[in-house]
Design a protein around this ligand. Structure first.
Ligand code: FES
Ligand code: FES
Length: 154
């Protein structure tokens, strides 16, 4: 065990953990952040996605001790009580079904739009293609992303 300090959504936290512990476990179990989900635990589904250095990262396969930069989780998207445009678009398009994968969908979309605020449909499909949804919400997720792109508020 050792002390690891993480900056998450603007706040610093020090946790006493095995350095090899997946970041996902620390976020959920030690910091009580329930946005990132445990899906596959193998880096394959995207349910656990957080953003580090502007990149969508699969926290289930990221040892906590390797994280050097600030982490943004789903809980960090809304600002001053106002939903992020993607969150609002998710509501407007009624994107989720069971909801389990949707943390990964939103966080992957955020990283995508942060890098390219005006992606083509093909770029959206490609950027989201590795974030899985067993409820098949892909079309509504893409519509929500397009809504943000078309409004120019990404
Ligand atoms: S739970 Fe991390 S990629 Fe599936
Ligand atoms: S909404 Fe159910 S897994 Fe995606």
């Amino acid at each position: 065990m050792s002390n690891v300090t993480l900056k998450v959504n603007g706040l610093a936290h020090t946790v006493d953990v095995d350095p090899a512990t997946p970041l996902l476990y620390v976020l959920r179990n030690d910091l009580g952040l329930q946005g990132p989900r445990f899906g596959c635990g193998l880096g394959q589904c995207g349910a656990c996605t957080v953003i580090i250095n502007g990149t969508a990262v699969r926290s289930c396969v990221t040892p906590v001790s390797t994280v050097r930069s600030e982490i943004t989780t789903l809980e960090g998207l809304a600002q001053n009580g106002t939903l992020h445009p993607l969150q609002q678009a998710w509501i407007d398009e009624q994107a989720p079904q069971c909801g389990f994968c949707q943390n990964g969908q939103i966080m992957t979309a955020k990283a995508l739009l942060d890098k390219n605020p005006n992606p083509t449909d093909a770029q959206i499909r490609d950027g989201m293609s590795r974030t899985l949804c067993r409820c098949m919400t892909f079309y509504r997720v893409q519509a929500a992303i397009k809504r943000v792109v078309n409004k120019g508020v990404a």
